[in-house]
Structure formats: C-alpha cells, structure tokens
Write a protein that binds this ligand. Structure first.
Ligand SMILES: *Cc1c(COP(=O)(O)O)cnc(C)c1O
Length: 478
C-alpha cells in the first residue's frame, strides 16, 4: 500500500470536517501532534493502525443493528452481519475460543455482559425454578422481583484494587459492587505475588458464584489453570478479564497455564489496550454461555456500533498475522528492559520486576507519592499514571506507585536500548523531585518541587528518544 494513501485519506477527511467545524479538524490535527511528541508510557494505551482507524469513520455508524448476526430487530443489516461475523470469526480463531461476542462498547460493558450471562445462567433461583422458565423475560412480576433480590445477593471473589484488580470486579464505584457481595484476594506482602493457597482458602470460606482473574496493575503472569481448579473446587464460574494483556494472549506470549481462554468459562477484554484495536470490548465464552452472552444488547448494552465492529474485524485480522506475535514479544522484552534499567539505578519495583507489559514503581523509595511523581514526570514530557501499590499507605487518590507500560512505545518501534534510556530519564526526574510541605509545615502529598530547567531538558531528551520512531510515519497532514 502506498504511504500516500494514508496521508491522502486523513488529509481529505480533515478537509471535509474543516468545512463544517474547523475547530474540530484543528483539535484532531493537534491530537496527532501531541501524541507524536509525548513519551507515552500509559500501560492501557496504544496506537491503532490507520486501517483500523479508517474503518471507524464511515456510514456504518448510521446503522441500527440490535440483535445478532442473521437475527436482527432492524432491516437492512446484511453488511453489518458481514463485519460482525468477520470480527467474531477472527476473535475465535485468534484466541481459540468457542464463541465470541464483539458488540460491547468498552471493557466495562463487556464485564456487565459477562456478569449478566453468568447470573442468568447460574443462579439457582427459586424464582426461576418455580416459574419453570429460563428466559427472564417470561417471568411474572412477582417472580421477577424475587429474582432481582437474589441476583443482588450473589458473591464474587476477585483481586483487590491495591493488588492490581479492577473497579469492575465488584467494587463500589462500579455497579458490580452493588450487584455482588464482593470479597478480594490480595498478594503476598513479602513477594507481591498472588498466593494461590490463600485464594483457595478464601474461595472455600466465601463460596463465590464467580471467581474473577485478571488485573489492571499486576506486573506478573497469572496461572489460570490453578485459578480454574480453585473455581471448580467450590462450584464457581471462572471469569477472566484480560483487558490489559489480551495482546500478549493473542501474540502467544501467554500460553498453556497462562492463557486464560482454555481455562475460563468466560473471558472479557478491551480491544484497544495491548490488543491494539479500536476502543471497544469483547466477550469470549464456552458454548453453554453463548446464548446468554448474545443477549448483551439490549440487556445491558446500547445498540451495537457497526463502525467499531468493522474496525475490530480489521484489528483482529492484523493480530492474526505473524508479525503481531513478534510485536507482543517485544512488548514484554521492552517492559523487562525498562524494569532492569530502573532496578539497576536503584528504583523499588512491586514484585521486583515484570513478566508482562507493565512495571509498577513504588515511588516511596524516592520519598514521593504517586501523585507527585506522576506530575513531575508529566512536567518532563513523560506520560504515566499513578497507581496504588499493595497495602498502599497513601490510599487510592495520592497513591505510592507509578504504573508504566510498553505497548504504545513498542508500536512506535522503540526497543530495549531506548527502554534503558527511558529508565534513566524517569530515575533522574524522580531523584531530582522533592516532596513539598503544607502551609502548617506537615508533608504534602501533592506539592513537589522540580527544577524547571531540568524538566525542560528531560522533555527534550524524551523527544530526541522518539525522533527516530515517528508515530504514523506515513501520515503527513501538513
Ligand atoms: C481497562 C479495563 C477495563 C475497562 O475498560 P474500558 O474500555 O475503559 O471500559 C476493565 N477491566 C480491566 C481489567 C481493565 O484494565
């Protein structure tokens, strides 16, 4: 494909937009400039391919397509059927899954679909039994009321937030925290690793309906075979949320015990993190759950987004190519080089390293809170996010950690040598930043000082580091 095609496509698109609302065209252009210039270490972000981006910008967005392939509540869905079926087929082949549901609009939505599917399928509901129906739509008012009470009473066991779990795994800011009676498993305070014996013990005591595996901020691989055994031993459904590491599963870095798909009853994911697709979600499941999963829209989802399903089909096709496996391996090589570089310079890392795409720096070693470190790094042109560490003394707002990840920089082409230089930049900023004090002299968790000239110098070095690896090299909007 000619490089010109990509430039022409995006330039023309912006010209068309500019004729209507120039400020939007300008913002889209400015976003490309900003993304090109920033050293993006946000573990949950990536850069989708031009083909994936372009698949989203068209008239598929105009179509309503409630229902599933071949069974729509709207006429004229033949072309939506084509792309939805393609996306699902690519997903099944890529992950070796029996069933794939590609309609969820995001990772949170995918989890809601999964929770509903498990609840509807698994709840040993007297209300359902009495009514002798499997379809909740057929319940009488009274039975429906009884079922609602039972559903809200189910138990979920998932990873604790400060150990790296996600809000949607039964925590209060998300509706899962209201739907489920939640208990969490943490990590071993000495090693920072999941202690599977403790998980088994918690499962035996708590008897969850759903055991959740998966995380947003745990830098190690997880043994899903053992978690499945634990789930089986208490009759729980085993769900894995692979939102963060789906790209490593797709790229066959995580195989065997570390591949969730053969072990879990149901797997949810985003498509825009390490998987490098459009912003969206997806559910993979075993055949027994397929029926309930396919009820996602309108049970918990708004109408499907055909333009995003088209983009999912494109991105999943890309992920099936051999070079994606190479990409996935380079993500991990880079994360390990970054971890090594930081450790060698004296940083304290949660679990002492990484097996995946992310590294969690415990910045208390630098005398800083996560919030101070995040801001000082941002002043220096390095984009990260603060994150709790296990047993975090600073809570979920200020935190004591910085989470960094390599999927985005790896997409640009940076390698292990650049990761060592990145470690140097991060370490320099964090050692040169000092925690500030409140007016009354007590230590502040937010204020800090960092010499502005040093911050500028680091920002220039970060830009230099990126210069040989332009983002979207074929796209020239000038
Ligand atoms: C990012 C993430 C989500 C949420 O994804 P959205 O697309 O932002 O809704 C859910 N679960 C985990 C584990 C995540 O990391």
């Amino acid at each position: 494909m000619s490089h010109n095609a990509e430039s022409t496509a995006f330039r023309s698109a912006l010209e068309v937009i500019r004729a209507v609302e120039p400020r939007v065209a300008d913002a889209i252009g400015a976003e490309l400039t900003d993304q090109r210039e920033s050293l993006k270490l946000i573990a949950s972000e990536n850069y989708a391919s031009p083909a994936t981006l372009l698949a989203m910008g068209n008239w598929f967005s105009d179509k309503y397509a409630e229902g599933t392939v071949g069974r729509r509540f709207y006429a004229g869905c033949q072309n939506v059927d084509t792309v939805e079926a393609l996306a699902a087929e690519h997903a099944r082949e890529l992950f070796g899954a029996a069933h794939a549901y590609v309609q969820p609009h995001s990772g949170i939505d995918a989890n809601l679909v999964a929770f509903w599917a498990v609840l509807a399928d698994r709840v040993e509901s007297p209300a359902l039994k009495k009514a002798q129906v499997r379809q909740v739509n057929d319940l009488s008012e009274a039975d429906w009321f009884a079922l609602r009470r039972e559903l809200g009473n189910q138990r979920m066991l998932g990873m604790s937030l400060d150990a790296g779990g996600h809000l949607t795994h039964g925590f209060r800011p998300n509706i899962s925290g209201k739907m489920f009676d939640q208990r969490s498993y943490g990590t071993d305070p000495a090693t920072g690793l999941i202690d599977y014996d403790r998980v088994a013990e918690a499962a035996r005591e708590f008897k969850p309906l759903i055991l959740v595996g998966g995380y947003s901020a745990y830098p190690r691989k997880v043994n899903f075979r053992i978690l499945r055994e634990i789930a089986d031993s208490v009759g729980a459904t085993f769900m894995v949320d692979m939102a963060h590491f789906a790209g490593l599963v797709a790229g066959k870095v995580f195989t065997g015990d570390f591949d969730p798909v053969p072990h879990a009853h149901i797997v949810t994911t985003t498509t825009h993190k390490s998987l490098r697709g459009p912003r969206g979600g997806m559910v993979l499941c075993q055949p027994e759950l397929a029926d309930q999963v396919d009820r996602g829209c309108p049970m918990v989802l708004g109408g499907p987004l055909p333009h995003v399903m088209a983009a999912k089909a494109v991105a999943l096709a890309e992920a099936r190519r051999p070079d994606f496996a190479d990409y996935a391996q380079r993500i991990v090589d880079n994360a390990q080089a970054l971890a090594e570089g930081l450790l060698r310079r004296g940083a304290k890392l949660v679990t002492g390293g990484t097996d995946n795409h992310l590294v969690l720096i415990d910045v208390s070693g630098y005398g800083l809170t996560g919030r101070q470190a995040e801001q000082a790094l941002l002043d220096s042109g390095i984009v990260t996010n603060r994150n709790s560490v296990p047993q975090d003394p600073n809570g979920a707002w200020y935190t004591s950690g910085i989470r960094i990840g390599t999927p985005a920089l790896t997409t640009r082409g940076l390698g292990t040598a650049e990761m060592d230089q990145t470690a140097e930049l991060i370490h320099t900023v964090l050692t040169q930043t000092t925690a500030g004090a409140n007016a009354d002299g007590t230590p502040s968790k937010a204020k800090y000082t960092l010499d502005a000239d040093l911050a500028d110098k680091i920002a220039r070095q970060a830009t230099d580091l990126l210069a040989p690896y332009p983002l979207y090299p074929a796209i020239d909007l000038a």
